[in-house]
Design a protein around this ligand. Structure first.
Ligand code: GTP
Length: 601
């Protein structure tokens, strides 16, 4: 297809504003999926995506759409719709998807109005110079307020309220007009067909049967089957076994030219060989300059991951290896814990990523897992000025420390203005600095905060939701790091450190953490034959203490008399029970106690 007849666009929206439903309707109206084969959220292929109703991996689909010109003649266009993930953890993937388009449909729920991710995605789209098509969705809802929110959106994107299209992805109202509008207003792609090939990778997915499927957008030149290609960031070369477009099933083609969007198959088995953001070129006639800006995904949140049944460790290792084929952002290395046995320290993009990885491991590989409390990454400067990067609190250096630096984010919170006070209070408790505040309308406010990442990875979003009756939305970006007064709190059982419970916390919160953790363990750890102190300590200084009183548990006491075989059986049973015990110093603790302490709030 010549570039003049191509339109590449994406749909950007806050979570749940109806992106997938609208995409479904477009697939149906353009005849790409017939009504009988239609299933909800056609593009979200992973089970977990369909169940949670969220989009994790982006996909691209090609749809034919003919538009009548003034003379009444029909011109056949090809629309490439690139679906983008909607969550903060996947911002990098969103921005790569946007870079593959010339236009963006900005979708806003007509009963909700603009939310934090609407803004975040709109700013990303504007940075990529995309033509924005503002659209209000769900106008069929009785609670919809299209006039009010059309004005809000018009103010934001700088158009007239009448220019905001009103659609319903559910009933299909307005979707034909939207498709026409895309053809009319989204610019056709530009590029030099004679130049060496340059195609940007905006997604790569591991498929058990086909290996890695790489989604690209060709900017210059063209790609054809059987050619050898080079990945510009790694210099790795591959043969193109198959090239095609998705519509909605993969259809092989003879090649992809300027502006086209499609997939490549090279037979590689690991998505890390085909990285999102990288540029593909031709080996025989390579381009000299890669397309702008590639960056490696950077894990921001770490946590220990352990099988509840220690004998599952090899299964967990294989499962992580397999998952990694499809998740370039996942990093892990083996770790052992006195309390939990053999496991892994895993790095994630954020908390949602953590939850998704864990859920996929449990579900797809039938594992029972326990994760330790998540922590961020710290840079610790020692007295001799050397810097240690800490991803596990138990590795936090002892002795004199120069400075500890932690990642900070710039957070955007949108909420009804009556909640300003509650939001300020929460952000203050979390060591936040107010950067600015704007009213989007009389009753809706945008607040910008700088916050330590560590303060939002736990329950910040839940707290924000509960303090604003669910009305606030949040988006954040890691923007840098700052020095902070951070200390490591250790938890000791009879003077022995329990590694899984060490935490790096702000000095002012060390005491609260110590009291909480010692209290929890006191209730969970069974009494021993001797008194066991549970202490929380910062360095050598004890900041909280509980005591488990001693009992004398004599299993043989019950069977006085001469039944020796019964006695032996009881002793055997006790030994069996001990196997699942973890020994910390002289103290025997059932592993369940540690697990309960890590899972209870
Ligand atoms: P993410 O993939 O999580 O970003 O969500 P999404 O934006 O794709 O939203 P999705 O299409 O899953 O829709 C969210 C909810 O809104 C679902 O329950 C839909 O049934 C509902 N919904 C979507 N479009 C409409 C609409 O036009 N009218 C009504 N009444 N409901 C809609």
């Amino acid at each position: 297809t010549p570039p003049e007849l191509l339109r590449n666009f994406c749909i950007i929206a806050h979570i749940d504003h109806g992106k997938s439903t609208l995409a479904d309707r477009m697939l149906q109206l353009t005849g790409v999926v017939d009504s009988r084969a239609m299933r909800a959220q056609y593009l979200d292929r992973m089970d977990i995506e369909r169940e949670r109703g969220i989009t994790i991996k982006s996909q691209a689909v090609r749809m034919p759409w003919a538009v009548e010109d003034e003379a009444g003649a029909l011109t056949p266009y090809a629309l490439n719709m690139i679906d983008t993930p909607g969550h903060v953890d996947f911002t990098y993937e969103v921005s790569r998807s946007l870079a593959a388009c010339e236009g963006a449909v900005l979708l806003v729920d007509a009963a909700q109005g603009i939310e934090a991710q609407t803004l975040a995605n709109l700013y990303l789209a504007m940075e990529n110079d995309l033509q924005i098509i503002p659209v209000l969705n769900k106008i069929d809802l009785p609670a919809a307020q299209p006039e009010k929110y059309a004005a809000e959106i018009a103010g934001l994107v700088g158009c007239e309220p009448e220019d905001v299209l009103k659609v319903s992805g559910k009933t299909g109202v307005g979707v034909t007009e939207l498709l026409d509008r895309i053809v009319q207003t989204v610019p056709a792609p530009h590029g030099d067909p004679a130049a060496p090939a340059r195609a940007m990778i905006f997604d790569s997915v591991y498929d058990t049967y086909r290996g890695v499927v790489t989604y690209v957008r060709v900017v210059d030149g063209s790609l054809s089957p059987r050619e050898r290609i080079v990945m510009m960031s790694t210099r790795a070369t591959h043969e193109l076994l198959e090239i095609g477009v998705t519509s909605p099933e993969p259809v092989p083609t003879k090649g992809l030219g300027v502006g086209e969007v499609g997939y490549l198959i090279t037979g590689v088995k690991d998505v890390r060989q085909s990285k999102v953001g990288d540029t593909v070129t031709n080996l025989a006639k390579p381009a000299t300059e890669p397309l702008g800006g590639y960056s490696d995904p950077k894990p921001m949140v770490f946590s220990g991951l352990y099988p509840i049944d220690g004998s599952d460790y090899p299964v967990l290792r294989d499962a992580l290896d397999k998952l990694k084929l499809n998740d370039a952002a996942l990093v892990y290395e083996p770790e052992t814990s006195v309390a939990l046995g053999f496991g892994f320290r895993v790095g994630y993009l954020g908390l949602l990523h953590l939850e998704i990885v864990r859920e996929r491991l449990e579900r797809e590989f039938d594992l029972d897992l326990i994760s330790t409390a998540p922590n961020v990454i710290y840079d610790v400067t020692l007295e001799d000025k050397s810097v240690v990067t800490v991803t596990n609190p138990s590795e936090f250096p002892g002795g004199k420390i120069g400075e500890v630096r932690e990642p900070v984010v710039r957070a955007t919170i949108l909420a009804p203005s009556e909640y300003i006070g509650a939001i300020m209070e929460l952000c203050q408790q979390r060591r936040g600095d107010l950067l600015g505040m704007d009213y989007l309308s009389a009753e809706r406010v945008e607040m910008r905060y700088q916050l330590p990442l560590a303060e939002i990875v736990f329950d910040f979003f839940d707290q924000l939701k509960s303090k604003t009756r669910g009305y606030a939305s949040l988006d954040y970006d890691v923007t840098g790091e700052q020095a902070a007064d951070l200390v490591k709190v250790d938890i000791l059982l009879q003077g022995e450190q329990v590694d899984a419970f060490s935490a790096i916390v702000h000095k002012d919160k060390a005491y609260a953490y110590g009291v909480m953790m010692t209290g929890k363990l006191k209730d969970l750890i069974p009494r021993q034959q001797f008194e066991v102190p549970i202490q929380a300590a910062v360095g050598a200084r004890v900041i909280a203490r509980e005591t488990i009183r001693a009992i004398r548990k004599d299993v043989l006491a019950k069977c006085y008399g001469g039944d020796i075989s019964r006695k032996r059986k009881l002793l055997e049973k006790q030994k069996e029970g001990k196997k699942r015990m973890k020994t910390i110093g002289r103290v025997d603790v059932p592993q369940e106690a540690f697990i309960a302490a890590l899972t209870s709030e």
